[in-house]
Design a protein around this ligand. Sequence first.
Ligand code: SAM
Length: 328
Amino acid sequence: MSKLVKPFRLPPMPSLSELVKLYKLRAIRQLSQNFLLDKNINDKIIRSAGIKKDSFVFEIGPGPGGLTRSAIEAGAKEIVVVEKDLRFMPGLQLLADAVTPTVNMKIFNGDAMTFPMGQHINRAYEVPWESDELPNANLIGNLPFNISTPLLFKLLLKVSDRNSVFACGRVPMTFLFQQEFGERMICPPGFKERSRVGIMTQAYCDVNIDFLIPNTAFVPPPKVNAACVTMIPLKKPRLKTKFEIVSKVVQAIFQFKNKNWIVGANTLYPKKYPEFLTRFNELCKVDQNKLPTDLDMIEIDQICSSYAQILDVFPELENYDHRISPHL
Ligand code: SAM
């Protein structure tokens, strides 16, 4: 079992539950607020993330700051947090003041979906992408469940482009998701839970459910349990085609989950021009009798690269959307 180093002890501060009472922090449902006030669980998440001494940490949605405190205790030396709800600012500032100057904690009131993360990472932590070693930096968060999918896709795009936080290298991410969402992220071929979320995650990262957290651990408890998930960007993605094309193809083939994958893939091409599909069938040798959920990464890679080869010749096809132009 990994040892939790405690190089830093927090100075006396109000406990998390005192903070919640002090600032009257009643959870707002629209912001998916389910607080984790249990120090043992927050410490366990930080151990899973592998936060080490003198590290850089970027946290999404710190709320009252339970996970932030555990990250600091584990040795984070620089910590940037972005929180949408203004009510948490005084409590977070209290924490930042208490740990200065040992820890450099920067607090931003903003939306993680649009926040320019890349501007706030310190490039001194950079490790080359191809290195076996990972940067001493982590992205963490007990995420607002209502933005799980768009935020995950945004981060995966940044991984594929190696920009923003990932300009520093293969920065590991440890997030809490709803259990069912986490299970979809790790699902291999052959199961009904296999989905676009799993394919996209596995295309760019090694992904693992570290442990589950019962819903009763949160205040207020959400309806379902959570999963602590760690993603480590891959040196080479499992799907070689560019992100936007992969995303379009995977979305197309998974729109009819219970039909053979070719039924969804057909919608990538206008019916009026059957020669596209003919060419695709010549290029792509994947068994057309398979369900999308049964395709492995090698097969999906073949489907994406066959489509990409057609785009090389007819780039305007990338803008074709069968929902917008069904008559074509
Ligand atoms: N980390 C805290 C904890 O574990 O107790 C709070 C977790 S709570 C599930 C999600 C947090 O994300 C809330 O504090 C909420 O205000 C914040 N949040 C919601 N949407 C956000 C967004 N778009 N950008 C940044 N923070 C957001």
